[in-house]
Ligand binder design. Structure first.
Ligand SMILES: [Zn+2]
Ligand SMILES: [Zn+2]
Length: 214
């Protein structure tokens, strides 16, 4: 499995193209915008897109989902249904932040804790991690030891919880009870900024290090 990051939108959100290298099948996770750039990166990788996956309903993560899914004729999977109220606001939010056209949509499949998503020979497990948004999910490849965590956890920080239905203690619980058990060796791709490992964050993260939350 290979992950290519493409920072998109004025928020420099990490859109990920995740490729099964044995079959050339791929998923695009969190195409927040800059759809033409994502399409050209997919073209350069010479892979075929299986589906679009979403971690949560924020504009910078799913503003380009409908356009990209329509371009490839594929389905949109995720986030959890609790984020429907965010997705419904996409066109209004897009106007407000000057992002251009973001189309509203209904995902073909809402995801839940314990679900999995497949492409080629790869499987990613789905974990429901509320706090930043109530319907936030993360994707985890157990074989490759890689997690795509959206805005749950960042290198040295955690997601904001000052949005409608955000909840700080839910977020800390999601990190401790859903992410940490996956293993200290797991490399994670956050929604913004550089990658890190769960083990490094457990030692050093000022919000969720073991010594802060024990
Ligand atoms: Zn977000
Ligand atoms: Zn974000």
């Amino acid at each position: 499995m290979k992950v290519t990051l493409i920072p998109v939108t004025p928020f420099q959100q990490n859109c990920s193209i995740v490729v099964c290298e044995t079959t050339g099948r791929a998923v695009v996770v969190d195409p927040g915008g800059d759809v033409e750039r994502i399409i050209s990166a997919v073209g350069q990788l010479e892979v075929s897109v299986d589906k679009v996956l979403l971690t949560h309903g924020h504009l910078d993560h799913c503003g380009g989902a409908k356009a990209l899914a329509d371009h490839y004729g594929v389905e949109i999977h995720g986030p959890h249904a609790e984020d429907a109220f965010w997705i419904e606001q996409l066109p209004a939010q897009s106007k407000r932040f000057g992002f251009g056209e973001a189309q509203a949509f209904t995902p073909d499949r809402w995801l839940q804790d314990g679900d999995s998503v497949q492409f080629g020979d790869e499987t990613m497990e789905v974990y429901h991690c509320p706090g930043h948004t109530p319907g936030h999910v993360i994707f985890f490849s157990r074989v490759n030891r890689v997690a795509l965590v959206g805005d749950v956890l960042f290198a040295g920080s955690i997601g904001r919880t000052d949005f409608p239905r955000g909840n700080h203690s839910d977020l800390v619980r999601s990190v401790k009870e859903k992410l940490w058990p996956l293993g200290d060796d797991v490399t994670f791709v956050p929604g913004h900024g550089p990658t890190s490992t769960f083990g490094h964050e457990r030692r050093t993260n000022p919000f969720v290090a073991d010594r802060m939350t024990a």
